[in-house]
Design a protein. Structure first.
Length: 188
């Protein structure tokens, strides 16, 4: 926060989730998504990686009774960032709202699909089988990817889900989630 904000008492309403959002950005930039998991290194591909991570976090935050609107604040920060990214890319003011609406619709759809796939995994279904349709449709943008890349993407998502399940709310909000560490624990 700048000095003028401190003088006039403005606080960052998203400050509580900003470290978490920075961890999402860092996690989405992990080269493993693009090299090993088959995500296209494009604007759409990077959006899909971010969207998957935001969904995993929103689903984790749902379990917290005392999340104190952290899920709402995380979503708002995501929208604000995407708005800024669109404007920086040259999308005009009249079109930004439409793009944001589509992005939020996409986030909602992915959230429902992710919830369903993770429930299937919890019931014993293998991660690739449960997450495969979601990955093909979204993370891989309809491209036919080699089975190994689909398997790596599914395992990474399942491992991040497990990692988040073991973290406290305080650790999550502090951004202490080290999503790139899941690669070290994954079977080859």
């Amino acid at each position: 926060m700048n000095i003028i904000g401190r003088i006039f008492g403005r606080s960052d309403p998203h400050g509580v989730v900003r470290p978490l959002y920075m961890a999402v950005i860092q996690g989405a930039r992990d080269p493993a998504w693009y090299r090993e998991a088959g995500v296209a290194d494009t604007i759409n591909g990077r959006f899909e990686a971010m969207c998957m991570l935001v969904c995993l976090l929103l689903l984790r935050l749902e379990r917290e009774e005392n999340r104190d609107r952290a899920d709402v604040l995380l979503t708002e920060l995501f929208v604000t960032d995407m708005d800024g990214q669109l404007r920086e890319a040259g999308v005009g003011d009249l079109m930004v709202g439409k793009h944001i609406g589509k992005m939020m619709s996409a986030l909602g759809g992915r959230l429902g699909s992710m919830r369903s796939a993770l429930a299937q995994i919890a019931e014993g279904e293998e991660a690739t089988a449960a997450l495969g349709p979601l990955l093909a449709r979204n993370l891989h943008e309809g491209r036919e990817e080699p089975a190994q890349k689909v398997q790596i993407a599914a395992r990474r998502i399942a491992a991040i889900h497990d990692l988040l399940a073991d973290k406290s709310l305080a650790e999550i909000l502090a951004g202490d989630i080290a999503m790139d560490a899941v690669d070290q624990d994954m079977p080859s």
